[in-house]
Design a protein around this ligand. Structure first.
Ligand SMILES: [Zn+2]
Length: 297
Protein backbone atom coordinates (compact mmCIF):
# COMPACT_ATOMS: atom_id res chain seq x y z
CA UNK A 1 0.00 0.00 0.00
CA UNK A 2 1.28 3.40 -0.96
CA UNK A 3 1.45 5.89 1.88
CA UNK A 4 -0.27 8.95 0.54
CA UNK A 5 -0.24 12.51 1.90
CA UNK A 6 -3.75 11.98 3.20
CA UNK A 7 -2.67 9.03 5.29
CA UNK A 8 0.15 11.11 6.77
CA UNK A 9 -2.19 14.01 7.46
CA UNK A 10 -4.49 11.66 9.31
CA UNK A 11 -1.58 10.56 11.43
CA UNK A 12 -0.19 14.03 12.19
CA UNK A 13 -2.49 14.81 15.15
CA UNK A 14 -1.44 11.58 16.86
CA UNK A 15 2.19 12.25 15.91
CA UNK A 16 2.08 15.62 17.62
CA UNK A 17 0.54 14.13 20.71
CA UNK A 18 3.25 11.46 20.76
CA UNK A 19 0.75 8.70 20.45
CA UNK A 20 2.12 6.86 17.42
CA UNK A 21 4.14 3.67 17.60
CA UNK A 22 7.86 3.97 16.77
CA UNK A 23 7.32 2.39 13.34
CA UNK A 24 4.55 4.84 12.41
CA UNK A 25 6.64 7.70 13.73
CA UNK A 26 9.50 6.70 11.42
CA UNK A 27 7.13 6.59 8.42
CA UNK A 28 5.71 10.05 9.21
CA UNK A 29 9.17 11.55 9.73
CA UNK A 30 10.62 10.13 6.56
CA UNK A 31 7.59 11.37 4.56
CA UNK A 32 7.75 14.81 6.06
CA UNK A 33 11.41 15.29 5.20
CA UNK A 34 10.60 14.65 1.55
CA UNK A 35 7.16 16.24 1.19
CA UNK A 36 7.01 19.98 1.62
CA UNK A 37 3.24 20.17 1.82
CA UNK A 38 3.02 17.76 4.74
CA UNK A 39 5.96 19.46 6.42
CA UNK A 40 4.21 22.79 6.28
CA UNK A 41 1.05 21.19 7.53
CA UNK A 42 2.91 19.69 10.47
CA UNK A 43 4.55 23.02 11.32
CA UNK A 44 1.22 24.72 11.20
CA UNK A 45 -0.28 22.16 13.54
CA UNK A 46 2.65 22.51 15.88
CA UNK A 47 2.42 26.29 16.23
CA UNK A 48 -1.31 25.90 16.72
CA UNK A 49 -0.78 23.26 19.37
CA UNK A 50 2.05 24.92 21.25
CA UNK A 51 0.20 28.14 21.86
CA UNK A 52 -3.43 27.13 21.68
CA UNK A 53 -4.31 29.12 24.78
CA UNK A 54 -3.00 32.38 23.39
CA UNK A 55 -4.65 31.79 20.08
CA UNK A 56 -7.99 31.15 21.65
CA UNK A 57 -7.71 33.66 24.43
CA UNK A 58 -9.61 36.55 22.92
CA UNK A 59 -12.76 34.69 21.81
CA UNK A 60 -12.61 32.73 25.03
CA UNK A 61 -12.37 35.91 27.07
CA UNK A 62 -15.18 37.36 25.01
CA UNK A 63 -17.47 34.46 25.81
CA UNK A 64 -16.51 34.73 29.46
CA UNK A 65 -17.17 38.49 29.61
CA UNK A 66 -20.44 38.02 27.70
CA UNK A 67 -21.58 35.45 30.23
CA UNK A 68 -20.48 37.72 33.05
CA UNK A 69 -22.33 40.67 31.54
CA UNK A 70 -25.43 38.54 31.10
CA UNK A 71 -25.21 37.44 34.71
CA UNK A 72 -24.88 41.03 35.95
CA UNK A 73 -27.78 42.14 33.74
CA UNK A 74 -29.95 39.32 35.07
CA UNK A 75 -29.15 40.32 38.64
CA UNK A 76 -29.96 44.01 37.99
CA UNK A 77 -33.16 42.97 36.21
CA UNK A 78 -34.25 40.91 39.24
CA UNK A 79 -33.43 43.76 41.61
CA UNK A 80 -35.43 46.25 39.49
CA UNK A 81 -38.35 43.85 39.19
CA UNK A 82 -38.40 43.30 42.97
CA UNK A 83 -38.21 47.05 43.51
CA UNK A 84 -41.26 47.57 41.28
CA UNK A 85 -43.22 44.89 43.16
CA UNK A 86 -42.17 46.43 46.45
CA UNK A 87 -43.29 49.95 45.50
CA UNK A 88 -46.59 48.65 44.09
CA UNK A 89 -47.22 46.76 47.34
CA UNK A 90 -46.38 49.75 49.55
CA UNK A 91 -48.53 52.01 47.39
CA UNK A 92 -51.44 49.59 47.61
CA UNK A 93 -51.14 49.18 51.38
CA UNK A 94 -50.93 52.90 52.08
CA UNK A 95 -53.43 54.05 49.43
CA UNK A 96 -56.18 56.23 50.90
CA UNK A 97 -59.50 54.51 51.60
CA UNK A 98 -61.89 57.40 51.94
CA UNK A 99 -64.21 57.50 54.88
CA UNK A 100 -67.82 58.08 53.90
CA UNK A 101 -69.43 60.95 55.72
CA UNK A 102 -71.70 58.62 57.70
CA UNK A 103 -68.75 57.71 59.86
CA UNK A 104 -68.50 61.28 61.18
CA UNK A 105 -64.74 61.02 61.11
CA UNK A 106 -64.21 64.75 61.47
CA UNK A 107 -65.95 67.56 63.33
CA UNK A 108 -65.29 71.25 62.83
CA UNK A 109 -65.53 73.73 65.64
CA UNK A 110 -64.47 77.28 66.30
CA UNK A 111 -62.04 77.78 69.11
CA UNK A 112 -61.05 81.18 70.44
CA UNK A 113 -60.28 84.21 68.21
CA UNK A 114 -61.88 82.87 65.06
CA UNK A 115 -59.53 79.92 64.74
CA UNK A 116 -61.34 76.86 63.35
CA UNK A 117 -60.21 73.40 64.37
CA UNK A 118 -60.74 70.08 62.60
CA UNK A 119 -61.17 67.34 65.15
CA UNK A 120 -60.45 63.83 63.83
CA UNK A 121 -61.70 60.51 65.13
CA UNK A 122 -59.30 57.69 65.97
CA UNK A 123 -59.95 55.82 62.72
CA UNK A 124 -58.54 58.64 60.61
CA UNK A 125 -55.11 58.05 59.15
CA UNK A 126 -54.94 61.09 56.93
CA UNK A 127 -56.93 63.92 55.41
CA UNK A 128 -56.97 66.07 52.33
CA UNK A 129 -58.16 69.63 52.30
CA UNK A 130 -58.48 72.25 49.60
CA UNK A 131 -59.87 75.77 49.72
CA UNK A 132 -60.82 78.69 47.51
CA UNK A 133 -62.19 82.20 48.16
CA UNK A 134 -65.91 82.94 47.96
CA UNK A 135 -67.28 84.83 44.96
CA UNK A 136 -67.56 88.04 46.98
CA UNK A 137 -64.09 87.58 48.52
CA UNK A 138 -65.40 87.76 52.08
CA UNK A 139 -63.79 84.51 53.12
CA UNK A 140 -62.87 80.98 52.13
CA UNK A 141 -64.69 77.76 51.39
CA UNK A 142 -63.03 74.54 52.45
CA UNK A 143 -63.48 70.96 51.28
CA UNK A 144 -62.14 68.24 53.50
CA UNK A 145 -62.03 64.46 53.44
CA UNK A 146 -60.55 61.87 55.76
CA UNK A 147 -59.10 58.50 54.93
CA UNK A 148 -57.66 55.36 56.29
CA UNK A 149 -55.40 52.71 54.74
CA UNK A 150 -54.86 48.96 54.90
CA UNK A 151 -51.44 49.63 56.38
CA UNK A 152 -52.84 51.84 59.11
CA UNK A 153 -55.69 49.51 59.99
CA UNK A 154 -53.48 46.44 60.28
CA UNK A 155 -49.90 47.44 60.93
CA UNK A 156 -49.22 50.87 62.31
CA UNK A 157 -52.18 52.46 63.99
CA UNK A 158 -51.21 56.11 63.92
CA UNK A 159 -53.74 58.72 64.90
CA UNK A 160 -54.05 61.95 62.99
CA UNK A 161 -53.64 65.01 65.14
CA UNK A 162 -56.28 67.68 65.13
CA UNK A 163 -55.44 70.52 62.84
CA UNK A 164 -56.25 74.20 62.40
CA UNK A 165 -58.15 74.88 59.21
CA UNK A 166 -57.27 78.56 59.11
CA UNK A 167 -53.90 79.01 60.80
CA UNK A 168 -53.64 82.54 59.34
CA UNK A 169 -57.09 83.48 60.60
CA UNK A 170 -58.76 83.47 57.19
CA UNK A 171 -62.50 83.82 57.50
CA UNK A 172 -64.06 80.35 57.24
CA UNK A 173 -67.38 80.73 55.41
CA UNK A 174 -68.15 77.06 54.93
CA UNK A 175 -66.54 73.66 55.32
CA UNK A 176 -67.80 70.77 53.20
CA UNK A 177 -67.05 67.10 53.53
CA UNK A 178 -66.50 65.56 50.10
CA UNK A 179 -67.03 61.88 49.64
CA UNK A 180 -64.83 60.96 46.70
CA UNK A 181 -67.58 58.81 45.25
CA UNK A 182 -69.45 61.29 43.08
CA UNK A 183 -72.02 62.14 45.77
CA UNK A 184 -72.72 65.67 46.88
CA UNK A 185 -70.37 67.36 49.30
CA UNK A 186 -71.94 67.74 52.73
CA UNK A 187 -71.91 70.98 54.69
CA UNK A 188 -70.34 70.34 58.08
CA UNK A 189 -69.59 73.88 59.22
CA UNK A 190 -70.72 77.43 58.41
CA UNK A 191 -73.46 78.46 56.01
CA UNK A 192 -74.37 76.69 52.80
CA UNK A 193 -73.12 78.84 49.93
CA UNK A 194 -75.12 76.85 47.42
CA UNK A 195 -78.46 76.01 49.07
CA UNK A 196 -80.20 75.34 45.74
CA UNK A 197 -77.90 72.79 44.21
CA UNK A 198 -75.27 70.45 45.53
CA UNK A 199 -71.53 70.75 45.03
CA UNK A 200 -69.69 67.67 43.92
CA UNK A 201 -65.94 67.39 44.17
CA UNK A 202 -64.76 65.56 41.04
CA UNK A 203 -61.65 63.48 40.72
CA UNK A 204 -58.67 64.99 38.96
CA UNK A 205 -58.19 64.01 35.34
CA UNK A 206 -54.60 65.08 34.71
CA UNK A 207 -53.29 61.49 34.87
CA UNK A 208 -55.59 60.71 31.96
CA UNK A 209 -54.01 63.52 29.94
CA UNK A 210 -50.50 62.34 30.78
CA UNK A 211 -51.37 58.76 29.84
CA UNK A 212 -52.81 59.97 26.52
CA UNK A 213 -49.65 61.97 25.81
CA UNK A 214 -47.55 58.88 26.61
CA UNK A 215 -49.62 56.72 24.23
CA UNK A 216 -49.28 59.25 21.41
CA UNK A 217 -45.54 59.60 22.07
CA UNK A 218 -45.10 55.81 22.05
CA UNK A 219 -46.98 55.50 18.73
CA UNK A 220 -44.82 58.23 17.15
CA UNK A 221 -41.65 56.47 18.36
CA UNK A 222 -42.99 53.14 17.09
CA UNK A 223 -43.61 54.54 13.61
CA UNK A 224 -40.18 56.19 13.64
CA UNK A 225 -38.58 52.84 14.56
CA UNK A 226 -40.29 51.16 11.59
CA UNK A 227 -38.89 53.86 9.29
CA UNK A 228 -35.28 53.68 10.56
CA UNK A 229 -35.39 49.90 10.97
CA UNK A 230 -32.30 49.32 8.79
CA UNK A 231 -30.06 51.85 10.54
CA UNK A 232 -28.99 49.92 13.65
CA UNK A 233 -27.49 52.92 15.42
CA UNK A 234 -30.55 55.16 15.05
CA UNK A 235 -32.79 52.20 15.85
CA UNK A 236 -30.94 51.59 19.13
CA UNK A 237 -31.40 55.19 20.22
CA UNK A 238 -35.07 55.24 19.20
CA UNK A 239 -35.69 52.02 21.16
CA UNK A 240 -34.33 53.78 24.26
CA UNK A 241 -36.63 56.76 23.65
CA UNK A 242 -39.58 54.49 22.85
CA UNK A 243 -39.17 52.69 26.18
CA UNK A 244 -39.71 55.96 28.11
CA UNK A 245 -43.46 56.38 27.35
CA UNK A 246 -43.83 52.59 27.55
CA UNK A 247 -42.35 52.66 31.07
CA UNK A 248 -44.67 55.50 32.02
CA UNK A 249 -47.71 53.57 30.81
CA UNK A 250 -46.62 50.38 32.59
CA UNK A 251 -46.05 52.43 35.74
CA UNK A 252 -49.51 53.95 35.39
CA UNK A 253 -51.01 50.46 35.01
CA UNK A 254 -49.14 49.24 38.09
CA UNK A 255 -50.36 52.11 40.24
CA UNK A 256 -53.82 52.93 38.85
CA UNK A 257 -54.78 49.99 36.66
CA UNK A 258 -56.96 51.11 33.77
CA UNK A 259 -58.49 53.95 35.79
CA UNK A 260 -57.10 57.38 35.01
CA UNK A 261 -59.26 59.73 37.06
CA UNK A 262 -58.14 59.98 40.64
CA UNK A 263 -58.87 61.81 43.89
CA UNK A 264 -55.22 61.25 44.78
CA UNK A 265 -53.76 62.28 41.44
CA UNK A 266 -50.69 64.03 42.85
CA UNK A 267 -49.80 61.12 45.09
CA UNK A 268 -50.40 58.69 42.22
CA UNK A 269 -48.31 60.77 39.85
CA UNK A 270 -45.28 60.70 42.15
CA UNK A 271 -45.72 56.96 42.69
CA UNK A 272 -45.85 56.51 38.89
CA UNK A 273 -42.67 58.57 38.36
CA UNK A 274 -40.95 56.67 41.17
CA UNK A 275 -41.82 53.27 39.76
CA UNK A 276 -41.08 54.32 36.19
CA UNK A 277 -37.32 54.40 36.85
CA UNK A 278 -36.86 50.71 37.75
CA UNK A 279 -39.33 49.72 35.02
CA UNK A 280 -37.29 51.64 32.43
CA UNK A 281 -34.01 50.05 33.57
CA UNK A 282 -35.61 46.60 33.58
CA UNK A 283 -36.93 47.12 30.02
CA UNK A 284 -33.50 48.26 28.77
CA UNK A 285 -31.97 45.10 30.24
CA UNK A 286 -34.71 42.98 28.71
CA UNK A 287 -33.91 44.42 25.28
CA UNK A 288 -30.23 43.60 25.87
CA UNK A 289 -30.95 40.03 26.92
CA UNK A 290 -33.19 39.49 23.89
CA UNK A 291 -30.36 40.81 21.73
CA UNK A 292 -27.95 38.30 23.32
CA UNK A 293 -30.18 35.44 22.38
CA UNK A 294 -30.70 36.82 18.87
CA UNK A 295 -26.91 37.11 18.34
CA UNK A 296 -26.44 33.56 19.56
CA UNK A 297 -28.90 32.10 17.10
ZN1 LIG B 1 2.96 14.52 1.90
Amino acid sequence: MKITCNVIKDCLPLYIEDMLSDDSCAIVESHVTECEECRNHLNEMRTFNVIPVDRNASPFKKIKSTLFKKKILTIIFSVMFSLVLFIVAINFLTAPEYNPYSERSVTIKEISNGLVLANFEDNVHGYDIYSYPTDDNTGYIYHIITWNSIWNRNVKKSITKNTLINPNLEKVVAVYYYQANGNEDILIYGKDINPDGGIVTLPSLFLAYYATIAIVFAIICGVFMLIVYRNKKVLNISIKVFLLPVSYLLAHLSIRGFISSSYTATRDFFAILFIMIPIYIALLILVNIIRFHKNKS
